[in-house]
Design a protein around this ligand. Structure first.
Ligand code: AMP
Ligand code: MG
Length: 406
């Protein structure tokens, strides 16, 4: 049996980032850039006004003999248009926010600091002097043409999308999303539309895993349920060969019908199949052909916990991310952990911020078949191996499930 850390290390050593594709910007959120983003234009592309006001020559704004400057207004320039004549000595032009500064002007005075005679006024009086450059956003203030603005390897979020749109990148090169196949195993497993009959249970794992994959922005395909026969598993694995990752549940412990391991040996390899943790000891990792296979335990809670610990970082690494793991924080366990176990124990808990620190409450019966222990859980408490006792008020590390990776 290997430790959680060793398992993760062995898994990640076999996973590499997938290939590069071009995608429309609108579908690029969450993906990793496969190209440096160079500004082909300076941004802003032209000097423009930061305010609604009047464009003028700053030296014309000085008061004379105690009298405020009084300028002749020769026209106006709105956003989206350019002035058809320059600013000359003693003149000003009405200007709107975002409009190009007319030639000759070197400052804008905001409208609130002027007196004038309505929208068509032929004059303006300034209540203040303005310095050169006042309220002017120079060309290239934000980005310079030729500059690398976003580096390859960056995850595309809303800020990046805003910049890419500004620079006219309607299509971007990214690392493609993995395609994930999900396979349930077991003669006892029926689909969710079917009524229960003696000995049968419904397939919760495939649907839960699909939802967990989708939460990361990746599509998953359910391949149904393989029976506990070598033939049925072989047929399902043939179908799975076009995917980037195969997730199975069940069939990897030591029972006579746990055949996933046999097929991995026959058609690929087994890197390991047991981890020193609870829940989720029977986790197999290896391949079918060249395709990585993560064999999760059948018990639903084990399946959920081991997907978060091992499946999630696989998907992150395939997408070219460098930060792969969910963050951990110290939490005070309000109610303590009822069981003492020798393996590394991942305890479902609800964590919240209260009075300057994080507090956790466990979510009840921690059996690996107790799906209701997942409800309310937004974290796993990490209880070290060796029979560590966690009493009420003790502090432990918690892995935060709904936080972005740290
Ligand atoms: P196994 O690892 O195949 O021995 O399965 C361990 C436990 O998980 C058994 O009680 C199975 O019935 C249950 N189980 C396996 N697959 C599923 C599934 N897809 N949905 C719900 N429970 C499952
Ligand atoms: Mg089974």
């Amino acid at each position: 049996m290997i430790s959680v850390e060793e398992a993760l290390e062995r898994i990640l050593a076999k996973i590499t980032a997938l290939g590069i594709v071009e995608v429309p910007l609108v579908t690029a959120q969450g993906l990793v850039l496969a190209q440096d983003i160079v500004a082909h234009d300076s941004i802003p592309p032209f000097a423009n006004s930061a305010m609604d006001g009047f464009a003028l020559r700053s030296q014309d704004s000085h008061s004379r003999n105690g009298q405020p400057a009084h300028l002749r207004v020769t026209g106006s320039v709105a956003a989206g248009y350019v002035a058809d004549h320059p600013i000359e000595e003693g003149t000003a032009m009405r200007i709107m926010t975002g409009a190009p500064v007319p030639p000759g002007a070197d400052a804008v005075i905001q409208i609130e600091l002027t007196q004038y005679d309505g929208p068509e006024s032929s004059w303006v009086e300034l209540q203040q002097e303005v310095a050169q450059g006042n309220n002017i956003r120079p060309a290239g203030e934000d980005m310079q043409a030729g500059q690398v603005v976003i580096q390859r390897g960056t995850e595309i979020g809303p800020w990046e999308i805003g910049i890419l749109a500004t620079l006219g990148y309607a299509v971007v090169s990214v690392i493609r999303r993995p395609r994930v196949a999900i396979l349930a195993t077991g003669d006892e497993i029926i689909d969710i539309h079917e009524p229960l009959s003696p000995g049968k249970i419904r397939n919760s794992n495939s649907y839960m895993l699909e939802a967990m994959v989708r939460r990361t922005g990746i599509e998953a395909t359910r391949l149904g349920v393989a029976q506990d026969t070598v033939e049925s598993l072989r047929a399902k694995f043939r179908e799975a060969m076009t995917y980037d990752l195969i997730l199975t549940s069940g069939g990897v412990s030591v029972g006579d019908f746990d055949l996933v391991k046999d097929i991995m040996t026959e058609q690929g390899n087994i890197n390991f199949w047991r981890i020193n943790m609870r829940p989720g000891k029977p986790v197999a990792f290896g391949s079918i052909g060249n395709i990585p296979l993560l064999g999760l335990p059948g018990n639903p809670v084990s399946s959920a916990v081991t997907f978060e610990l091992f499946g999630y970082p696989i998907l992150r690494k395939m997408q070219g991310h460098t930060r792969l793991l969910k963050p951990q924080v110290n939490v005070v366990v309000e109610d303590g952990v009822p069981d003492q176990v020798m393996r590394r124990h991942y305890v479902r808990a609800h964590v919240e911020w209260r009075d300057d620190h994080f507090v956790a409450r466990t979510t009840g019966n921690q059996g690996s078949n107790i799906m209701t222990s997942l409800l309310q859980a937004n974290a796993f408490l990490i209880v070290p191996e060796g029979g560590t006792i966690v009493k009420a008020g003790d502090t432990v590390k918690a892995m935060m499930l709904d936080w972005p990776e740290g």
